[in-house]
Design a protein around this ligand. Structure first.
Ligand code: PLP
Length: 760
């Protein structure tokens, strides 16, 4: 966000009341105190959403915010600037409208009950080569979400796609006033009209108010009359002109055709659109996808059951051709009567092979007998469907790690909020992204729009390229015998010695390659890899005389960033600055970027030493020494299950070498995890413990290769129950302390045979 507002202007825009306004500019608006970054001049809007923003004013103040827009009496220290308004939401919308009106490029708005996010993302995919697009994040389509989306518009964009939705009559006027769309897409309300509207007609007419002043609105022909009645200029989507595209294997062809039609209208060549039609990305919601028992593919989306999320889950299930039979399982408890039919209509419109509606948590035998199908489970958060899903888990791999990608996304934004605008982000995905798996995290990072990836060795980079990663990839530890792969896969090597530079340039010359991207590592105090300050003069001479290469970035690495005493880090940063100025003065290329900070460094010195880019690693997963202060979210859970429970009597021993001897009768559970999984033998005999149904259960005896015994005398449990190795009760920090190591080692030591589940 770059608002460039004065306080006075802000007060004018929101028709607020305030005393003594400072000169200082405002460049960002916050409405969530968790995301505040004080290196920027921000104002906090106390919105009354699900939570009352006025309850978080002190927290925002403590984080350094001094300007507040409020609608209640507030009690803040004297240096707070209070701007009082009648309605903070309307005030935010007024700022959004004002901001939007600075830009003259097209603003395309999408509304209707279904398919908005899908169409938005698909259009983005189709238009991204031709336009620099700002689009609503995720499904930010509410009164607040639309305002926040508009505030992201900048001069650098040349096209905006904004999603909007309403849940009550008389809301659309406000949105229309804010967005002033030049173009529109209407997806219809069908019979999915919301309860707060009198009828389908009324609901449709409300939606269409968004396009009152739009030049043209796109819609399917079935909506022609609604548009005509609302006096809206319509461009009706023509299916016939896409009849040579084979949509038969694909779901949601209506949405596809709308996106293609609009992209063609905007000047994208038909031929390239036809090619892209089958590659439109599959969009998913918060879902868990895994191989289940009996060759079933399980899609677990028992998080919420609103119609949009349901539609996305179905679209995901029906567009993947992994299994031919598509089974849908619904739990409709906690769904209001009048919404049940709507949900059933949506599901039936996909024509599932079989539909099960569960009642009172009873699972019909017929469902348990399903084989070789994809099964979508959908229920509200409150339903107990999650437990049912457990029955379908593959019993062969009962030790697994879960990665929460939402937390990863959150953590990255926490770091980015600490950095000056424009700072690039590289994420280190070495060692299979810190043990999280070869490609899922890199793909997710690519979707998030991260600028760069980094790996330790060339092989890791080739794996990424072979799996469709197109982001630039920095190789830290460049091996001479990997030059061929580096060139073939367009990986970007780090150079840390003159002989290495010469060897690489020789290799490039053989193929007449020029301007090949490289990075330079400089030594500031880690004493691992890199050029020393005294080598820089010679290095620069060589770099200036070799046109085979082009230096993209120059970097160093902090050795002591997690030390509460920053002295050594400051010393390294100063050294780096000196080298940087030498490069800037003597190198014949001024486009080079500089970087030195890792996750810890970014937390602590992001404001003063980010230079042009930061390199995040462990922090992305939520584990740094200041994780709590920074409000990073842990992203990893490691689980196993109980295979058997035994009662042993006083005097009996447990496990190899009989290191544990019972003093009284006790209950022992055998778990499906051992040192071969990464549950190290050092955790034997009470050093380690696990959590079962809310009770801590210490390890008894020695940890075996594939199994571990724990004391469950105090736990209420049975075979098959889930066991927490790392999670809410046992943090990764606790776990690594028990082993005298650090989270990095724990993460990268979870064996490959442990299955990985990614939660989106
Ligand atoms: C691993 C690594 C990082 C990331 O470090 P974290 O402490 O995990 O944030 C950054 N830079 C280099 C050179 C690295 O090797």
């Amino acid at each position: 966000m770059n608002l460039n507002l004065t306080h006075k202007k802000l007060v004018d825009i929101v028709s607020g009341n305030a005393e003594m306004l400072p000169e200082q500019k405002i460049d960002i608006i916050y409405y969530d105190s968790r995301l505040i970054n004080t290196s920027r001049n921000g104002v906090f809007f106390a919105l009354n959403g699900r939570r009352n923003g006025h309850d978080f004013l002190q927290k925002a103040y403590d984080k350094g915010i001094r300007s507040f827009v409020v609608s209640q009496q507030v009690d803040l220290p004297n240096d707070a600037i209070i701007i009082a308004v009648d309605d903070t939401l309307r005030a935010l919308q007024a700022v959004a409208r004002n901001h939007r009106n600075h830009f003259s490029y097209p603003v395309l708005a999408i509304t209707g009950s279904l398919g908005k996010t899908t169409i938005k993302e698909w259009l983005y995919f189709l238009l991204a080569d031709e336009f620099n697009i700002i689009r609503s994040p995720k499904s930010f389509n509410s009164q607040i979400g639309v305002a926040i989306s508009l505030l992201q518009m900048t001069d650098e964009h040349n096209f905006a796609i904004i999603e909007a939705d309403i849940s009550h009559p008389d809301e659309m006027e406000f949105i229309e006033d804010m967005v002033s769309p030049t173009l529109g897409i209407y997806t219809g309300v069908g019979h999915f009209y919301a309860d707060n509207f009198e009828s389908q007609k009324v609901h449709a007419a409300e939606h269409l108010k968004l396009f009152k002043h739009a030049n043209i609105t796109f819609a399917l022909s079935e909506h022609k009359n609604e548009l005509r009645k609302s006096k809206i200029n319509a461009d009706i989507v023509d299916f016939d002109s896409w009849k040579n595209v084979d949509f038969s294997q694909l779901s949601y062809s209506n949405n596809r055709v709308i996106a293609l039609h609009v992209a063609e209208f905007l000047g994208i060549e038909k031929e390239s659109l036809i090619k892209k039609a089958s590659q439109l990305p599959v969009l998913s919601n918060r879902m868990e996808v895994f191989e289940g028992q009996d060759d079933n593919l399980i899609i677990n989306d028992s998080y919420n059951i609103d119609v949009d999320a349901l539609e996305q889950a179905l679209s995901y299930q029906f567009s993947s051709d992994e299994r031919k039979d598509k089974i849908v399982v619904l739990d409709l408890s906690f769904v209001e009567e009048n919404r049940k039919q709507v949900i059933l209509d949506v599901v039936n419109s996909y024509k599932p092979t079989q539909l099960f509606i569960l009642e009172n948590n009873k699972v019909p035998q017929e469902l348990l007998d399903v084989k070789n199908s994809s099964i979508l489970f959908k229920g509200s958060y409150r339903s107990r469907l999650k437990e049912t899903v457990q029955l379908f888990k593959n019993r062969k791999h009962e030790t697994w790690v879960e990665f929460d990608l939402k937390s990863v996304e959150h953590n990255i934004s926490v770091f980015q909020n600490k950095l000056p605008e424009g700072t690039k982000t590289l994420v280190m995905v070495k060692a299979s992204s810190y043990g999280t798996g070869d490609v899922n995290i890199p793909h997710f990072l690519q979707q998030l729009g991260i600028d760069y990836l980094g790996v330790a060795y060339t092989d890791e980079g080739t794996t990424l390229r072979e799996n469709g990663i197109t982001l630039p990839i920095l190789i830290m530890n460049t091996e001479i015998n990997a030059f061929d792969d580096i060139i073939r896969f367009r990986l970007e090597p780090s150079i840390f010695s003159i002989p290495q530079l010469e060897a690489f340039c020789n290799r490039l010359r053989q193929d007449n390659i020029t301007d090949f991207p490289i990075h330079i590592t400089v030594e500031t105090g880690m004493n691992r890899l890199g050029f020393y300050p005294e080598d820089i003069t010679e290095l620069i001479e060589k770099l200036n005389s070799h046109n085979e290469i082009k230096v993209k970035t120059i970097y160093s690495h902090l050795a002591d960033a997690d030390n509460p005493d920053p002295a050594y880090s400051f010393q390294q940063i100063e050294k780096f600055k000196m080298m940087k100025s030498q490069f800037e003065n003597e190198l014949n290329d001024s486009s080079v970027l500089f970087h030195i900070l890792n996750s810890e460094g970014t937390s602590k010195f992001g404001k003063i030493a980010a230079f042009d880019m930061v390199r995040l690693g462990i922090g992305v997963f939520g584990y740094t020494s200041t994780a709590e202060e920074d409000e990073l979210l842990p992203s990893i859970k490691w689980k196993t299950t109980i295979s058997q429970i035994k009662t042993i009597e006083a005097g009996e021993t447990v496990g190899y070498s009989r290191t544990f001897k019972a003093e009284k009768s006790m209950q022992i559970a055998t778990l499906r995890i051992g040192y071969a999984d990464g549950f190290r033998r050092g955790l034997s005999n009470g050093v380690g413990a696990v959590f079962i149904n809310g009770t801590s259960c210490p390890v008894v005896g020695n940890v075996c290769m594939d199994m571990t015994m724990v004391d469950v005398s105090n736990a209420n449990c049975e075979p098959g129950d889930e066991v927490e190795i790392i999670g809410e009760n046992i943090t990764i920090k606790t776990f690594s302390n028990r082993l005298n190591t650090i989270p990095y080692e724990v993460m990268t030591s979870i064996n490959k045979r442990v299955s990985r589940i990614y939660l989106k």
